[in-house]
Ligand binder design. Sequence first.
Ligand code: DAH
Length: 338
Amino acid sequence: MPKDHGVQATQAGESVEELKIAAITALDSTESGEQLEAWRVGFLGRKGRLTGLLRGLGSLDIEHRKVVGAAANSLRGELEALYEERSKQSKSSQAPVGSIDITLPGRRPALGGLHPSTQMIREITQAFNEMGFQTIEGPEVELEKYNFDMLNIPANHPARDQWDTIWVDSDTHNDVLLRTHTSPMQARTMEANDPPIRVVVPGKCYRYESTDATHEWHFNQVEGLAVDEGITFADLKGTLYEFARRIFGSQRKVRFRCDFFPFVEPGVDMSIEWNGNWIEILGAGMVHPKVLENAGYDSTKYTGFAFGMGPERISMLRNEITDIRHFFSNDLRFLTQF
Ligand code: DAH
């Protein structure tokens, strides 16, 4: 064992100077609290390198023991001070004091969810998607032409009343409105595509009317349209029966009655039996020949059916909601129940 400067030799052959360099280099590369603790154990702990060096002093002669012992003790003081300093730094760099109280019990983060209208819309559109209908969307700010004219809704029809329609003020146009239904997408889809067509169109609609438990000034609708050669009223009934079966279950009774909508002929409404009553859930019919012609289709060659329904109303039925205004009042007590 070399014993040159008297401060060098230990039983492991490690000098105080070597140990100091090793300790400081290792300390510099610590990055976390755990690494710092491992460093403390490795150098200053009971089985650490400095303790090992001090234990080895016994094998030195008295003169060397004094010198090496003094150097080793002063290194201990130095390393302890460096350790203190480093551990303060690492604590303060982790988080500002007081920002996180790690003793607080955990709390569940609030999870968001889909709005009940969106959930219902997705369920409805999915039922039709599985029957071959494609989901598309259209503009909420619409032209009078699509909302009314092309759908065979004449100028004197009550739906055109200024009390039903929210018109958009414009210096250049007097024919812009917030769509009162999703039916304008029938006209737009036929205008832009050749048959066959099978689409469902969910989206918001707006009406200028006072609100009550069953009326809102804005609400959603899901429109449907199928046009092809040879489509009959039986296709309409079969498709809508299947829809009712998927949404309300296979035992649900369904009823069709005659109804009038300017853009279909014949027109019907469909009701389901609910607690002993018949509740109307949608309007439908065979696309009016004029509507086919307005879109440039040959009405002697093509036929089709259309339907329209309000997802909020369907959700109200299924979930026993008594006031449609809940859907849009943003009350979490309501929304979190879905
Ligand atoms: N657009 C109608 C409404 O808002 C609903 C409707 C009825 C749509 C019959 C249709 C239909 O496509 O065939 O009241």
